[in-house]
Design a protein around this ligand. Structure first.
Ligand code: AMP
Length: 290
């Protein structure tokens, strides 16, 4: 039975008891409103670690738009019911004061990776992510932490920060889970109107088309520009970015000289959608082209 834990003191009691028995701990940080994408991370955690903690914290520090924070779906009871049958041991639902205690003034900032892409139009977002992830990894003392490739820039940032800060947690990247029409699952999809939900699938479809053209050797800048135009015609407004980046460093790429990632973000109404897919070099392993 998944135990709901709301304080750091309680969490520490659980973790200390597990560690005293020599058990390993996996953590899956989330903001709740769990869907099959989140649940795929929980399944991996339960398989890999002896004990699994799922965290549910809608982190105010990573929201730069107060309406987005206010409208973020909150479904704690349903979330607990979804992870229980998967074998999660603890759902950690800290109040804000368990994460940001009185006088809290530390900020974790990962330079470079936080700039551009989702960092460009969401000032402070990645500092908020880096700070809360650092707290959750230290609070849970996890041996493994599971993050989705859906948030590729975030995954790379977390990998960088555990390396830089010698945090003894292995970061496990997990593939993006999609609806049947290709739309990457996201808690925010619940806020799409039925009409926009139909359009939303075109984001991934246009990206697949663009990735194929780039892999076939078409000019990268032209393909990216045409994809932004096509998405705008489809009804995305605005398109924040469509970019080709190195899959290993996130550096911008003008041509396909190494394995790459095509990343995009675009609005439909008030809902900001993001997606990314692998663009392998032709002839190289394509199993990672999710
Ligand atoms: P969030 O609740 O949106 O902060 O996401 C929590 C974790 O779930 C992050 O590591 C996300 O990358 C991951 N995640 C969200 N959506 C998906 C998805 N469709 N497939 C795989 N992982 C996902």
């Amino acid at each position: 039975m998944t135990q709901i834990v709301r304080t750091l003191a309680e969490l520490r009691l659980c973790v200390n008891a597990w560690k005293a028995d020599g058990e390993t701990v996996g953590v899956v940080p989330t903001m709740g409103a769990l869907h099959n994408g989140h649940l795929s991370l929980v399944v991996q955690a339960v398989q890999k670690a002896d004990r699994t903690i799922v965290t549910l914290f809608v982190n105010p520090k990573q929201f730069n738009n107060p309406d987005d924070l206010a409208n973020y779906p909150r479904t704690e009871e349903g979330d607990a019911a979804k992870i229980d049958p998967l074998g999660a041991d603890v759902l950690y639902v800290p109040d804000a004061d368990q994460i940001y205690g009185s006088g809290f003034c530390t900020n974790i900032s990962v330079a470079g990776i936080s700039d551009g892409l989702c960092g460009a139009n969401r000032p402070g977002h990645f500092d908020g992510v880096a700070t809360v992830v650092t707290k959750l990894l230290l609070q849970s003392q996890a041996d493994f932490a599971f993050f989705g490739e859906k948030d590729f820039q975030q995954l790379m940032l977390v990998q960088r920060l555990v390396k830089d800060l010698d945090i003894p947690t292995q970061i496990v990247g997990c593939p993006t889970i999609r609806d049947v029409d290709g739309l990457a699952m996201s808690s925010r999809n619940a806020n799409l109107t039925p009409e926009n939900r139909k359009i939303a699938a075109k984001l991934n479809a246009q990206m697949q088309r663009a990735a194929q053209k780039i892999a076939e050797g078409e000019d990268v800048a032209i393909v990216l520009k045409n994809t932004i135009s096509a998405l705008t015609t489809d009804g995305f407004d605005p398109v924040d970015y469509v970019e080709l980046r190195s899959a290993s460093t996130l550096a911008p790429m003008a041509s396909l000289t190494e394995p790459a990632r095509l990343l995009a973000a675009a609005f439909l109404g008030d809902v900001r959608l993001i997606d990314n897919i692998a663009v392998p070099i032709p002839g190289e392993d394509v199993t990672s082209a999710r």
